[in-house]
Design a protein around this ligand. Sequence first.
Ligand SMILES: Cc1ncc(COP(=O)(O)O)c(C=O)c1O
Length: 388
Amino acid sequence: MKLAERVSQLSPSPTMAVSAEASRLRASGQEVIDFSIGEPDFNTPDNIKNEGHQAIDGNFTRYTAAAGIKDLKEAVVNKYQSQYGIEYTLPEVVISCGAKHTLFNLAFVLFDKGDEVLLPVPYWVTFPEQLKMVGATPVEVLTEEKDNFILRASAIKDKLTARTKAIIVNTPNNPTGAVIPEEEMEKIVALALDQNILIIFDECYEYFVFDGSKHTSLAQFANRAKHLSILVNTASKTYAMTGWRIGYLIAPPEICKAIGGVQSHSANPASVSQKAAVESILGDQDSVSKMIAEYDRRRQYVVDRLNGISGLSCANPGGAFYAFPNVSNYFKNGIGNSLEFSQWLLKEVGVAVVPGSAFGQEDYVRISFATSMENLVKGLDLMENVLT
Ligand SMILES: Cc1ncc(COP(=O)(O)O)c(C=O)c1O
């Protein structure tokens, strides 16, 4: 069958080869320590689950407004008001089925064939694929290990052309954990204002900041840059709600209106999930602090252990729940790249990691610490044995 041209542009996920092999090993009874997972290992907190139960029991189970229920939009407005003192209005908010859906909608309503979108490397795997799906051209902007993978305005400047329409900024970053400092965000915003380019700002890991790092939101620049600011956020990571599928957008009203229209003819979020998400934002945040403290404990352990292996180097992730060590010293004896390294590691010791090629950076692998301390100890012991 001949499929649409846009599908042929999609790259098969480089993670597939590793996860297929991990599944095969598990099925054959071998233990696999999985460091490849990009979602919290915690359960959704009880207060949030209870709201979901109540929504079902109260028959809040019908279609909702395509762009999301008023309560949840108000909760989002409230959150940004209390965190940053910025007054957004309801027409500036759209609720979607996860940030991935939000980002897809954005690509769909904003970009035409040939529009260039600046994409910092390493990037979350989905960004370039969504851009390609709508015919936009991702233009890579490199960040470097020796600079802790911080996105620099100067690197963005070098890649601007007359076709540049937007830049994607993701802080804290998946996969590197890099957190863009406030003074660099200032420069990025100034450049975007000067060049009149949109900033698509993914702050899905906003609360996952460690070691004195501070998250700087694009919302903080709203008084100058609201007209080109597009904020993307999610309930998935902070509240361990990946399966509920709630993400949201704060953007200029014309963008929100267009996305509301698209959602009215495609997909919009589940009623029950939206009610639960209201509680996630407005309810007790104690469980969040506990989860973040545990991620921090694991992060310190993982980074220390990785840097203790003489062939590896690992930049300190100031945020998110990933470490991104450089494994290029092991590119020898038949191992030529990050995929082959990951396959070898899985075969030798049963530890699954994601090859850096999935994120546009060949010399690295991503290790998620969204898994138990027990798994981290076991997996890192195994890695240390085989890598030294
Ligand atoms: C940087 C980033 N943005 C967006 C998402 C999507 O999150 P969700 O669709 O679950 O809201 C993820 C998930 O891994 C992510 O890492």
